[in-house]
Write a protein that binds this ligand. Structure first.
Ligand code: ADE
Length: 249
């Protein structure tokens, strides 16, 4: 029999993991300083290890590293939560699965080209295609089956991460010019992806658009996150309930 799928799930805020814990069985938790890592099971043989990291790249990278050492047999590291929309066609509640991530505030010019991560000598990181295909199919199937009616359309695209809450259209326009095809901005995903790449661990970044990264972003974000808390589990469940189609590690 195949080994149970084990997914590591990180979100920046408790609201971004939402009510996930209340759906798990055999819950136990571990404390590492101020970081709590929860382990549990869901359904027939799916194992989950979850934590909220706190905001920003350093907190996200720290939580990812701790999670991987606390549960080294994880098959996939998933970062999930909300993001600012950078593509004007996106609306609140649209779902974006990253097919590439970039750290938009990484700039070691002239030593490396803009955005290049010296540790990996690459600017953009891409999830393994087998995991990306599984997750995008699962989301499309869930949307078609009406399981994601409280969300907008799922799509894939480039997500940019940096230690800045973007709430200014001029700043966003500059980023969009520098990063063609940019769909969303957030503060953790590409940091977790970098840790995962360096640790040889498959990763995905899955985000829901909460605001337009413009002057009204703070207000939209604040209102959105209250409601998001109650819906976050739906999105995770769309993936977990299709675990039998997931790649084998
Ligand atoms: N997460 C959600 N909205 C965001 C924004 N506008 N900028 C950065 N991170 C975000």
């Amino acid at each position: 029999m195949a080994r149970a799928l084990h997914i590591g799930v990180l979100g920046a805020m408790p609201e971004e993991i939402g009510s996930d814990l209340s759906h798990l069985q055999q819950l136990r938790s571990e404390q590492h300083g101020d970081l709590t890592i929860h382990h549990g099971t869901w359904g027939e043989g799916i194992r989950l290890s979850l934590a909220w990291s706190g905001w920003g790249k350093v907190s996200a990278a720290r939580a990812a590293t701790r999670l991987l050492s606390s549960a080294p047999d994880i098959d996939l590291l998933l970062f999930t939560g909300v993001a600012g929309g950078a593509d004007p066609s996106l609306k609140q509640w649209d779902v974006v699965l990253a097919n590439a991530v970039v750290q938009h505030d990484m700039d070691s010019r002239p030593l490396f080209p803009r955005f290049t991560l010296p540790a990996l000598n690459r600017a953009q990181l891409n999830p393994e295609s087998s995991w990306l295909t599984w997750a995008s199919r699962a989301l499309a199937q869930a949307a078609q089956a009406g399981e994601l009616d409280e969300f907008g359309s799922p799509s894939t695209g480039l997500i940019a991460t940096g230690d800045r809450f973007i709430c200014d259209s001029a700043v966003l326009d500059t980023l969009r010019e520098a990063l063609p095809g940019l769909k969303a901005v957030e503060m953790e995903g590409a940091a977790v992806a970098q840790v995962a790449e360096q640790e040889g661990m498959p990763w995905l970044v899955l985000r829901v658009i909460s605001d337009g990264a413009d002057a009204s972003a703070a207000q939209s974000f604040g209102d959105f996150i209250q409601v998001y808390d109650r819906r976050a589990w739906c999105l995770l469940q769309a993936l977990l309930s299709r675990a039998e189609q997931a790649p084998q590690r």
